[in-house]
Design a binder for this molecule. Structure first.
Ligand code: CP3
Length: 343
């Protein structure tokens, strides 16, 4: 059976775009919350193949999305490099911070295979049970975004700790980024070998960097991951999502992606002129428009379809769905997209 999401990534433009949602497996779903409770902790859920496969498939049963994204987290990579990651309920990630070069010595030089094996087992299970026509996406965090959590030891909104490390000791910070580039290639190749068909690289914090640092810490490491993966897994499409990049989305084309992810503030005219003629684009719906629902949501859906629907487009949000989003709003969005045809 034809897979619409894969077809768009391979160069087709469809009369109705395929649809999935970033963070589609998550807390807005009661069935996710139930499984998450059984698992004990978020990290235990990530490393439990049976339960992780189940939550990967949950949103497909409800909404019939065209894509399934592996249930895991970008912080599995630091965890598998020996920097223990925990999630406290309602508080986000906690890691032992790595504020300067001296902390690098505590990291493994490569991914601990024993730690990531359960993730690959999740991939094999999902692939086995994947509904026909659904494309299976794997992912990793981009080195810059993963480094911001590794350095600060937690999430934040200005990423000051990583920016200071990078300004004070660029060579030391480069060592951390290089370690992450290698580990990410290994991790993505392992996911492909186990059965994912597409990968997405999430650079959630790219937009906070000035131009020169954006190039050095976001564009260059992602380009190295894409070319490393192309050698290990030729033909597997790559989606790059540099949140907040603005007009520097065009720089991301240098990484050689098959699609670029758009946050909700991306300039639609700029994207359809400079980006979409070259690669597929994905995203753009403000997660808060989805949470608000009603006319705000219909307006956002219509605007995205009008801007991007006649080219290579994958319908998605501009960032992950928020936990307190009503399920009925997701149904409203899916129905509106599915009813649309290119004029
Ligand atoms: O459905 C999916 O998209 C697949 C699974 C997935 C998760 N995280 C599950 C998750 C994916 C692709 C991610 C990516 C991720 N993780 C990113 C990049 C994308 C983005 O959203 O910016 C980042 C920065 C992380 C790191 C992370 N994970 C943080 C900062 C947090 C805490 C904040 C929060 O939303 O809770 C997480 C936790 C997390 N990752 C949850 C889920 C379902 C919620 C945890 C829980 O169930 O208790």
């Amino acid at each position: 059976m034809e897979k619409p999401l894969l077809a768009v990534l391979q160069g087709q433009s469809l009369a109705t775009p395929p649809i999935w949602m970033m963070r589609q497996a998550g807390r807005y779903l009661p069935e996710y919350r139930k499984v998450r409770e059984t698992a004990g902790s978020f990290m235990k859920l990530c490393f439990n193949p049976e339960l992780a496969a189940e939550v990967t498939l949950q949103p497909l049963r409800r909404f019939g999305f065209d894509g399934a994204i592996l249930f895991s987290d970008i912080l599995v990579v630091p965890h598998a490099l020996g920097q223990t990651v925990t999630f406290e309920a309602g508080e986000g990630p906690r890691l032992e911070g790595l504020i300067d070069r001296s902390g690098l010595g505590r990291l493994g030089s490569r991914l601990d295979e024993a730690v990531v094996q359960p993730v690959y087992e999740t991939v094999r299970r999902v692939r086995r049970d994947l509904p026909p026509g659904v494309t299976f996406l794997g992912f990793c965090g981009a080195p810059w975004t993963v480094a911001t959590y590794m350095v600060a030891g937690r999430g934040g909104d200005d990423q000051a700790a990583a920016r200071m490390f990078a300004y004070r000791d660029p060579e030391g910070f480069q060592l951390l980024i290089d370690r992450l580039v290698e580990a990410s290639v290994e991790y993505l190749a392992g996911q492909v070998e186990a059965g994912v068909e597409v990968v997405q690289i999430f650079d959630t914090w790219a937009g906070i960097l000035p131009d020169a640092e954006f190039r050095r810490w976001s564009v260059e490491p992602i380009a190295r991951i894409v070319s490393g993966l192309r050698q290990r897994a030729p033909g597997v499409p790559v989606i790059v999502f540099p949140k907040g990049a603005g007009s520097r989305l065009a720089w991301m084309l240098e990484t050689g992606p098959d699609a670029v992810g758009l946050d909700w503030a991306a300039d639609a005219a700029f994207v359809s002129r400079e980006i979409q003629p070259r690669v597929a684009v994905q995203g753009h719906i403000d997660p808060l428009a989805l949470k608000a629902g009603g006319a705000a949501l219909d307006g956002a859906v219509d605007a995205a379809l009008a801007a991007f629907g006649s080219g290579r487009y994958i319908f998605n949000l501009g960032h992950g769905i928020q936990p307190d989003t009503p399920i009925a709003h997701v149904e409203q969005m899916v129905a509106r997209v599915r009813a649309w045809r290119r004029g």
